[in-house]
Write a protein that binds this ligand. Structure first.
Ligand code: FAQ
Length: 334
């Protein structure tokens, strides 16, 4: 479905050398809300930023399976286990749609995975935190998927067709994930005092890292000006973070939980929840590879890649044999 764009190669031309008439036509198309498709002309910087964002997003989905996978064998009931298994499988599917969308921009999945394994590509900071209790699975669904939805619903209207289309299905599934997480939190909060304390502890640990998922503040964001102009992003990092806080704080209060932010206060005039300063030094540390689980996440991913060598080789050998058989059958029929 997405492979028609693989003939679009990196020309290496700096933006300054690009034809101003082509650039103007491209921007006019974006401004008119038309989609850019893989074989359409696009500025090199647009292509590069999409490859960066979509591949980071794909890596996040794949690495994001690890903190949840940690609880598959320990889910408290069969019903919880089945739902968690389905969720983790969904994340794998999201990673694959996103790799396929990024491939239309001229980079193969193998190249993207190699960049991740070499430590050259990023994935979301949030997946470098541990899931210490069952309540963390609730908090991940409620907060991490909740933040992901807030960020990703506008991506369904992204100017690049294959990314926008992949996001539509992904958002539908994320919405189920968010409800699954909130329902775990609700059950724990209506349970024993120890269960409620477990839910509170999970909220206290996951709240600030979830806010960091939206990226640096607008004044620190490197790419927002370009990505907003190109209608890849529709809202700034700070705007989405505020929307998420406004939607999530009442949900936490309904659970009877306390947010770990003494400055969290509703501004009656605007209706927004005002919040305290995010610890950006922690965010930078996690991005630089020094979060609680960065090394573990990469080691597990590297091992899974090595363990999968024989599967990839077998799949390729099978595809080759099928193609040879089909070619032989065609010759015989002629
Ligand atoms: N973590 O200039 P900006 C999920 C980097 S999927 C790591 O503001 P941009 C589902 C950024 O890349 C979660 N790095 O960048 C799930 C850039 O570095 P670079 C993933 C971050 O791109 C749930 C630098 O900082 N979602 O959760 C982060 O305009 C449960 C400067 O930042 C997506 O990827 C961060 N949090 O805005 C799965 C959504 N924030 O590339 C399993 C699509 C920023 O120059 C279980 N992505 N950086 O080296 C986006 O919307 C954007 O890329 C942002 C960042 C908003 C993440």
């Amino acid at each position: 479905m997405y492979t028609q764009g693989l003939n679009v190669k990196d020309t290496g031309h700096p933006a300054a050398a690009e034809d101003p008439a082509k650039l103007a036509r491209f921007q006019a198309k974006i401004d008119a809300e038309d989609k850019i498709e893989p074989n359409d002309w696009m500025p090199e910087a647009y292509r590069r930023t999409l490859v960066r964002q979509i591949s980071q997003h794909a890596h996040s989905e794949i690495i994001g399976m690890q903190p949840e996978g940690n609880w598959l064998a320990r889910a408290p009931s069969l019903r919880r286990k089945v739902a968690l298994l389905a969720k983790v499988q969904d994340e794998a599917g999201h990673g694959l749609y996103l790799y396929a969308a990024a491939e239309t921009l001229g980079l193969s999945r193998e190249e993207m995975v190699a960049q991740l394994l070499a430590g050259k590509a990023k994935y979301s900071s949030i997946f470098n935190y541990p899931t210490l209790s069952w309540a963390d699975i609730g908090a991940v669904g409620w907060l991490v998927d909740g933040a992901a939805i807030m960020n990703q619903i506008p991506l369904c209207r992204c100017s690049y067709g294959p990314y926008a289309r992949a996001m539509i299905r992904i958002c539908k599934e994320e919405s189920f994930h968010q409800r699954q997480g909130y329902e775990i939190m609700l059950t724990l909060c209506r349970g024993s005092a120890a269960q409620k304390a477990m839910a509170q502890d999970a909220l206290s640990r996951w709240w600030w890292p979830s806010l960091m998922m939206f990226g640096p503040s607008d004044k620190e964001s490197l790419h927002s000006a370009d990505t907003m102009k190109w209608k890849i992003k529709r809202f700034s990092n700070d705007d989405l973070r505020q929307k998420f806080i406004d939607a999530t704080v009442p949900q936490g209060h309904y659970l009877g939980l306390t947010f770990p932010d003494p400055d969290l206060k509703r501004d009656e005039a605007s209706g927004h929840w005002r919040f305290g300063e995010i610890d950006w030094s922690e965010f930078k540390r996690v991005l630089a590879g020094d979060g609680p689980c960065n090394r573990q996440r990469m080691a597990v991913r590297g091992q899974a890649h090595e363990d999968g060598v024989w599967v990839r080789e077998a799949a390729l050998a099978h595809a080759r044999k099928r193609a040879e058989r089909a070619a032989a059958a065609k010759i015989a029929a002629e």
